[in-house]
Design a protein around this ligand. Structure first.
Ligand code: SF4
Ligand code: SF4
Length: 577
């Protein structure tokens, strides 16, 4: 046992306020595990929401656990210390339930690392009655849990506020009744929104698709995603304060889901329907921000779409607070919002046109035009903001050389606009390769080849490198490929993941796939045939495959018709029955 690690955890805890410690040992002990560092994890709003939800129950005590930094990992191993939680520095393996937050595919490697550091067998089939139940939730669990199904006992599909109360009740009752681990899993599989992989046998066709799920025992044929109808029923804000985190903000969720129908966007499909919190409910959370005097970080998929955004900005600034947002839609941004951000000290405005050409923005159904970007920039410049950032994707379905040129032309035009209007700051292009995600219209689309992505990046870099104050930040195409393999994988992907993990992590993936006679390009570089059953078809998002297919076909037309955003009374996709 390393006393130094214990001491380090206590020191971090001493810098926090708002955490829970329960001394009632009759409560079920849950370790909420974030598969990244404390610094990153403490800025995850989902973690705060579930932490509060579980701790406010009278039967549950929830603590947090994070992936230690590299040096601390070595210390854990050197001193044969098991991974510990923050609140009481208890062994992860001593908890009844370990609940992982699955937000990013690359974190899957970190989940395996945390299990290993916690001396918990990562393989679900080899764990027994003495081991904690390993569960996972979050965006990646919701759209395709299959690649992690070898390691996780049960997945939460959808929103925790709706599912976790039933989950804890069933868990506690089963424990009181002395049910075995398998009996417990069978019971959990009956809860709406809970997917227990061991309750299904799966067969695949030779290409890895054609997934055929056979429920064992009473497990339902499909697992329905659960979502919260009224956001006001549960608060969505920072619960624990610390300065040792990425964003030193009081995070406040103002909306969930997005109704804009961008065809690549998992958040826009898997968190339907779009919902807003009422202004009074948000104002209540602002009071907590005021107590602490922190800057307010507004959270939601498309902040500028919030119908009362101007009133909200006035409330925040009127309360003597400042505010921040990650990005906004250039077509719905208001002057009040931009001005409030500038008055709050924001130095860079971020927008996400995603594509450079008008044609490609129509293909992805972005609904943002060049004049929207120029208009938002003009607002920014007028309020004193000098730097701008654009999120761009390359390798989108149907993309051609003209569309890459469109990115270059757009960057030059916007930079010239900045200079003409006296903004001497920087224009940053943050470029990511397109990754086809399950439950989006582009789920069938191939990922562009590595060669294409690298070539496109080279072309953009070459054309813009001599332009003054244009900066290009690009995600590694190889990492994007690993993400795509994990995002669109099946249960066999879990085997690749496990072997790659033992071979040094994501860098080991290429060699592992070669040993299995395949490659990343083969797994995600091909278009999936339209009629095969997909590995994630065990889940029901509330809309049909035909609905997605129609959108995919629309994207492939010469001139795609714009799909209008969600509206009251709409029944188009089937989520709002
Ligand atoms: S605006 Fe488009 S990309 Fe942004 S969250 Fe909504 S659907 Fe996704
Ligand atoms: S039914 Fe209409 S409003 Fe509801 S989520 Fe689907 S598209 Fe949006």
């Amino acid at each position: 046992m390393s006393w130094r690690i214990k001491e380090q955890l206590r020191e971090l805890l001493a810098d926090e306020s708002g955490y829970y410690v329960h001394h009632d040992n009759r409560r079920t002990r849950v370790a909420l595990a974030y598969p990244n560092s404390y610094f990153v994890g403490m800025s995850n709003l989902g973690l705060h929401i579930i932490y509060r939800l579980l701790n406010e129950r009278s039967d549950t005590a929830c603590e947090r656990c994070f992936l230690p930094e590299k040096r601390q990992q070595e210390e854990y191993i050197k001193h044969r210390t098991r991974l510990m939680t923050m609140e009481t520095q208890s062994d992860l393996s001593s908890f009844d339930i370990v609940a992982f937050v699955m937000s990013f595919e690359m974190d899957y490697f970190n989940i395996l690392k945390m299990l290993e550091l916690g001396k918990i067998n990562p393989l679900a089939s080899e764990r027994d009655e003495r081991d904690p139940l390993i569960i996972a939730g979050g965006p990646c669990a919701t759209f395709n849990p299959e690649p992690m199904s070898m390691f996780v006992d049960a997945f939460v599909i959808g929103e925790g506020e709706v599912i976790m109360p039933s989950f804890m009740e069933v868990y506690n009752k089963a424990r009181v009744e002395g049910k075995s681990r398998q009996e417990l899993l069978d019971l959990l599989a009956g809860i709406p929104g809970v997917y227990v992989p061991s309750c299904y046998e799966v067969q695949y066709a030779s290409d890895g698709y054609g997934a055929h799920f056979l429920p064992i025992s009473d497990a339902p044929p499909k697992v329905s995603r659960q979502w919260l109808k009224n956001l006001d029923e549960f608060p969505g804000e920072t619960v624990i304060y610390t300065d040792n985190t990425e964003f030193k903000l009081h995070l406040v969720e103002i909306a969930r889901g997005c109704g804009r129908h961008c065809r690549f966007c998992m958040a826009g499909y898997c968190f339907r329907r779009p919902r807003n919190r009422s202004l009074p409910a948000i104002e209540k959370m602002l009071l907590n921000a005021k107590k602490d005097g922190r800057r307010v970080g507004l959270m939601g998929a498309a902040i500028s779409d919030y119908p009362e955004i101007d009133n909200l900005c006035r409330d925040i600034l009127g309360d003597g607070l400042s505010m921040s947002v990650a990005s906004f839609r250039a077509d719905s941004v208001t002057y009040e919002l931009v001005d409030s951000l500038a008055k709050s000290g924001l130095k860079t405005l971020t927008m996400a046109p995603e594509a450079g050409s008008k044609r490609m923005r129509a293909v992805i159904n972005k609904g943002i035009e060049e004049e929207h970007l120029l208009n938002a920039m003009a607002m920014g410049i007028k309020t004193g903001i000098r730097n701008f950032r654009l999120y761009i994707m390359i390798g989108l379905p149907g993309e051609s050389h003209e569309d890459i040129q469109g990115i270059i032309d757009m960057a030059v035009k916007l930079k010239t606009f900045m200079e003409d209007h006296g903004a001497t700051g920087r224009l940053t292009l943050s470029i990511n390769p397109f990754i086809p995600k399950p439950f989006t219209p582009f789920q069938w689309a191939p990922m562009a080849s590595l060669k294409y992505i690298q070539g496109a990046l080279k072309e953009i870099n070459g054309a813009l490198k001599k332009k003054h104050n244009i900066e290009i930040i690009a995600e590694s195409p190889r990492d994007a490929y690993v993400q795509a393999v994990l995002a669109r994988g099946n249960r066999n992907t879990g085997v690749y993941l496990w072997e790659a993990y033992k071979n040094g992590g994501s860098k080991g993936m290429k060699a592992v796939l070669r040993e299995h006679g395949t490659s990343m390009e083969e797994l995600v570089g091909q278009e999936i045939p339209p009629d095969v059953d997909l590995p994630w078809d065990i889940l029901d998002m509330g809309f049909s495959r035909d609905y997605l297919r129609k959108e995919y076909m629309e994207a492939q037309k010469e001139a795609p018709v714009h799909t209008v955003q969600c509206f009251d009374g709409c029944k188009r996709c089937g989520v709002c029955e």
